[in-house]
Ligand binder design. Structure first.
Ligand SMILES: C[S@@+](CC[C@H](N)C(=O)[O-])C[C@H]1O[C@@H](n2cnc3c(N)ncnc32)[C@H](O)[C@@H]1O
Length: 414
């Protein structure tokens, strides 16, 4: 990480009293076991990959060190340093390569900023100490620095009933909290890999947004953590949920986050960069995927449920009948085929697609994620279409909604 960082802007800030005061605050927090994390952002150095540095205390072989996590466009990298080395590095980088630094301790948050003319600003705000202390304690028990994507102190978590008035996770919501974290982690990587961190304006649509825990989390991550200009639209069938979510967004003054009543099957969307459909029932997932492809979304994320369409159509070889006599196996086969065909159809339409466990069964039974990222180069579509045809023939499938929708939209477009 350090070899790649070279000073580019020559502002004379190395011995600025506010910078030295900030480093002293970091030192004190580290030595008094009060450091939660330090985030360096607004990178203007020469490394085209590097975006942020997230620094946390870490206990390595009984020695307390600082772990530097370089968040790059396509990968993350960690280096650990003793305090003195870390301070030297930070002194070289602050105001030279990174022009903003946010220090979170168990009692305060400090913001250090550098203006274009080299002026240094330092501001301080108190935080809820209970929250920060918990985070520090958790991090220090790991030998490896743990990266967090969602801050437990974010106001929307309280507004949606994930945290209580003290900022603690409400026990009944702990599974949801884990799911939110995992989801944002997956999204964060996809956003980096597709280069969407550089967009001027991001548009995200979340179909079947429900109570919108994940919709709020996405909006907060994009606008607060990544500081992107983002518009996030939740689409939901049930008007009372739409009203509830719009009221919460207004109360929290989240302009750019909105909810609309609508059916994904008829919704007209344009210019979507990220299409999300989590636990949209049965073929609602197919409508959402088709809309994502049609509008040219760079990222399509769905976690399908209720795979009803293919099950009555399945014709399996007789040798499998002792297995498929059990309804659960037939359901699993239908699910594998439905989502496998969805992944192949996405591949055939220019997406790199992965199917993986989204969150373990321990947290929710709806645990599969299809993640598709638009490829820069076209692949061998003919080969993929042949695989789809062969699979359908093998299982006797006559109707797969996503395939039909894509064929119809190609006719309309043509
Ligand atoms: C199981 S909830 C999931 C909520 C949220 N996405 C999550 O994962 O926490 C599914 C939501 O999708 C909504 N829904 C179902 N079919 C829909 C459709 N055709 N169009 C829009 N919303 C739909 C339901 O009303 C419900 O709120």
């Amino acid at each position: 990480m350090t070899a790649a960082i070279k000073p580019t802007l020559q502002t004379n800030t190395l011995d600025d009293p506010k910078l030295l005061q900030f480093l002293q605050l970091l030192t004190d927090a580290f030595q008094n076991a009060q450091l939660v994390r330090l985030v360096l952002s607004k990178y203007q150095g020469s490394d085209p990959e590097l975006q942020r540095l997230v620094i946390r205390p870490v206990l390595l072989k009984n020695e307390l060190q600082l772990s530097f996590l370089s968040q790059n466009r396509t990968f993350d990298q960690t280096h650990n340093y003793p305090l003195s080395d870390a301070l030297s590095l930070l002194k070289q980088q602050l105001g030279q390569q990174f022009f903003s630094a946010h220090l979170q301790t168990s009692s305060h948050e400090q913001q250090l900023s550098f203006s274009k003319k080299g002026k240094v600003l330092l501001s301080k705000h108190p935080v809820k100490s209970a929250v920060a202390t918990v985070e520090t304690a958790v991090d220090l028990t790991h030998n490896k620095a743990k990266q967090r994507y969602v801050e437990q102190s974010r106001p929307y978590l309280q507004a949606l009933g994930i945290t209580d008035a003290k900022g603690d996770i409400i026990p009944a919501m702990s599974k949801k909290w884990k799911q939110i974290n995992k989801f944002i982690e997956v999204l964060a990587k996809a956003i980096q890999q597709t280069g969407l961190t550089h967009s001027q304006q991001l548009h995200v649509a979340d179909f079947g947004s429900g109570k919108a825990y994940l919709t709020f989390a996405v909006f907060d991550y994009l606008t607060s953590t990544l500081a992107l200009a983002a518009k996030v639209t939740g689409v939901e069938l049930r008007q009372p949920l739409v009203d509830l979510c719009n009221e919460a967004a207004t109360r929290l003054q989240l302009s750019g986050l909105q909810f609309e009543q609508g059916d994904v099957k008829h919704f007209q969307a344009r210019g979507i960069n990220v299409m999300i459909a989590l636990h949209a029932c049965d073929i609602a997932t197919d409508y959402a995927i088709e809309m994502g492809i049609r509008t040219g979304a760079e990222i399509i994320m769905c976690s399908p449920c209720c795979h009803k369409e293919l099950r009555p159509q399945l014709q399996s070889p007789a040798v499998l009948s002792p297995l498929l006599i059990h309804g659960i196996h037939l359901g699993q086969e239908a699910e594998m085929l439905t989502d496998g065909l969805r992944a192949l159809l996405l591949e055939a339409h220019g997406y790199d697609t992965q199917v993986f466990e989204f969150i373990s069964l321990e947290h929710t039974s709806k645990n599969k994620m299809i993640l598709a990222q638009k490829c820069k180069k076209a692949g061998d579509n003919a080969a993929v279409l042949k695989q789809i045809a062969e699979l359908k023939a093998f299982y006797g499938i006559k109707q797969h909604t996503l395939e039909t929708l894509l064929a119809n939209s190609a006719v309309t477009a043509g």
